[in-house]
Design a protein around this ligand. Structure first.
Ligand code: PEP
Ligand code: MN
Length: 263
């Protein structure tokens, strides 16, 4: 169902009026984890200043260590909803349990399925059974073929509103947290009719690489770029090393806007 051979025209995923996949390039910005209303609202304000609409933030955080901050859970979803309503933004947030999919529908506009859950087939099926866009991230060690099959799981249940997101894969290279597989973008766009985003934060794990990698994503034809922004990354409860502060985010957006004008 996700194959371009079956459906030659691009799928457009409508997120509160943003027509993702329509040829424009979108930006999904926000903190790694929801920590407080004030924290999310400060980022929302910055996003608004750039005319952006898509706010990200994790309420359920799948962390490598069980002793790291696990997220605020439903309290986090409530904060996201409040901020989205106040600033007229659309919210993208990760859900990690099939039973939470239904509950999340009241709070968020896009269900994110994270890299660690790309092959959580029960979660994929649950996300496929609701009428809500899904942003599906590539697994840490998933081939493009496995990634496409994961999207097929969602679509086979009836939900065709899927955005794919390349977020880096595990390789032997240690200079970056993961290796951004930039060629996955044109391959996924050739093989499927779905929009494709690039997450520059989790792929690189390095603040200094966010801008060049975002430029690469835009130049290669990604439908959107995701990156993390936090009012004070030094005290962030997760991904402290790679989130941008508000000034860095402003500069990042200005640079990308002038870059976009070049082509
Ligand atoms: C995230 O986007 O918050 C996240 C945890 O990313 P990933 O699943 O790609 O690691
Ligand atoms: Mn993060």
């Amino acid at each position: 169902l996700v194959s371009r051979k079956k459906k030659p025209e691009n799928t457009i995923v409508d997120v509160k009026g943003e027509k993702i996949g329509d040829g424009n390039q979108y930006f999904v910005m926000g903190p790694c984890a929801v920590e407080s209303y004030e924290q999310v609202a400060e980022v929302a304000q910055a996003i608004k200043r750039h005319g952006l609409k898509l706010l990200r933030g994790g309420a359920y955080k799948p962390r490598t260590s069980p002793y790291d901050f696990q997220g605020l859970g439903v309290e986090g979803l409530k904060i996201l909803k409040r901020v989205a309503d106040e600033f007229d933004l659309a919210v993208i947030s990760e859900i990690v349990t099939p039973a939470d999919i239904e509950k999340a529908l009241d709070y968020i506009d896009v269900i994110q399925i994270g890299a660690r859950n790309m092959q959580n087939f029960e979660l994929l099926k649950a996300a496929g059974q609701v009428n809500k866009p899904v942003l599906l991230k590539r697994g840490l060690a998933a081939t493009i073929e496995e990634f496409i099959h994961a999207a097929e799981y969602i679509m086979s249940q009836g939900n065709g509103q899927i955005i794919l997101c390349e977020r880096g894969i595990r390789t032997y290279e240690k200079a970056t947290r993961n290796t951004l597989d930039i060629s996955a973008v044109p391959i996924l766009k050739k093989e499927t009719h779905l929009p494709v985003f690039v997450d520059v934060t989790h792929s690189t794990g390095r603040r200094d690489l966010l801008l060049p990698c975002a430029k690469a994503a835009l130049a290669i034809g990604a439908d959107g770029v995701m990156a993390e922004v936090h009012p004070d990354p030094a005290v962030a409860l997760s991904d402290s090393a790679q989130q941008m502060d508000i000034d860095q985010f402003n500069e990042f957006m200005e640079e990308l806007k002038s870059f976009q004008k070049q082509f």
